[in-house]
Design a protein around this ligand. Structure first.
Ligand SMILES: C[S@@+](CC[C@H](N)C(=O)[O-])C[C@H]1O[C@@H](n2cnc3c(N)ncnc32)[C@H](O)[C@@H]1O
Length: 273
């Protein structure tokens, strides 16, 4: 085995994983194609209840889908996306008009105090080196009365999938770094610690959850999803071949009776400045 999985917020891993949108796009496509049940975007819209006039900053905006969707929907207030990755910012700028995209870290946002009415941090706080430092910065750029929304994975996010990875790792030790992903994300920012951190930063925090699922028709998209993670990308070709064989053996059992349903629990934490 040539590699170990560092924490979800290891800066070198985060930089490699998000240098371009390639790997993230695989996971976005997986979610779009195979999600069943209540939609995440509908829950975000319900929680934010935007009237369209707000100045909104989306931190960790990646390829820009969220502010891009708001712009396309006629949001007339200022829309800004910020991301640490130059590749992501480039992709977002090329994809979406009506949004300003800037390259910046969550803990050093290039905006004056009290600039935004709303700040969103979607599936990104588990990557930052210091959650309290990022939350402090978010609070700084929000106007008094401004609102904050964090979106993250619950500790039990896709448990059936990660149980299958655990099982495959008992057949092939090369997969051990992949088994550490769920624990790494949960430890970095989940319902277990996120609400307390937001409460500390804002003096208030309101959690909500969304339960839905992925329904996979066949093992291939499951493998593609797993193979988009840094822990897989760090394996050499021999390790990948052996890891894939073990995963295929375990997944064959899961698909014996037809499509395989993997449950998802997403956590939302809102706060007001
Ligand atoms: C899982 S992606 C989420 C992208 C988008 N928010 C979404 O929900 O599809 C995480 C994003 O956070 C960015 N990121 C990671 N660490 C960051 C940091 N410290 N400051 C700003 N962005 C960061 C990554 O470059 C990546 O684009």
């Amino acid at each position: 085995m040539t590699s170990k999985l560092p924490a979800a917020n290891d800066p070198a891993q985060v930089e490699r994983q998000y240098a371009t949108d390639q790997h993230l796009q695989t996971r976005i496509d997986t979610q779009r194609r195979y999600s069943v049940g209540r939609e995440l975007e509908a829950e975000v819209d319900r929680l934010l209840a935007l009237d369209g006039s707000e100045a909104l900053l989306d931190v960790g905006s990646g390829p820009g889908h969220f502010p891009g969707r708001l712009a396309a929907g006629g949001h007339s207030g200022q829309l800004v996306g910020a991301d640490l990755s130059g590749g992501m910012v480039q992709k977002a700028r090329a994809s979406f008009g009506g949004v300003e995209f800037v390259q910046a870290g969550a803990d050093a946002l290039p905006f004056p105090d009290a600039t935004f009415d709303v700040l969103t941090a979607r599936h990104m706080l588990y990557h930052v080196p210091s959650v309290p430092a990022a939350l402090e910065e978010f609070r700084r750029v929000l106007k008094p009365g401004g609102r904050f929304l964090a979106v993250t994975n619950a500790a039990r996010y896709m448990p059936e999938l990660w149980d299958a990875v655990d099982e495959a790792a008992t057949l092939e030790a090369t997969l051990i770094p992949l088994t550490q992903i769920r624990g790494g994300v949960a430890a970095a920012f989940s319902e277990a610690n996120g609400e307390a951190w937001v409460q500390d930063a804002f003096g208030n925090a309101q959690p909500a959850v969304l339960d839905n699922a992925l329904m996979f028709p066949a093992p291939e998209p499951v493998l593609a999803y797993l193979e988009s993670h840094s822990a897989w990308l760090a394996l050499d070709e021999t390790e990948k071949r052996r890891g894939r064989a073990a995963l295929n053996e375990v997944l064959a059992q899961r698909f014996r009776a037809g499509p395989w349903t993997v449950s998802k629990r997403t956590v939302f934490i809102t706060a007001a400045r």
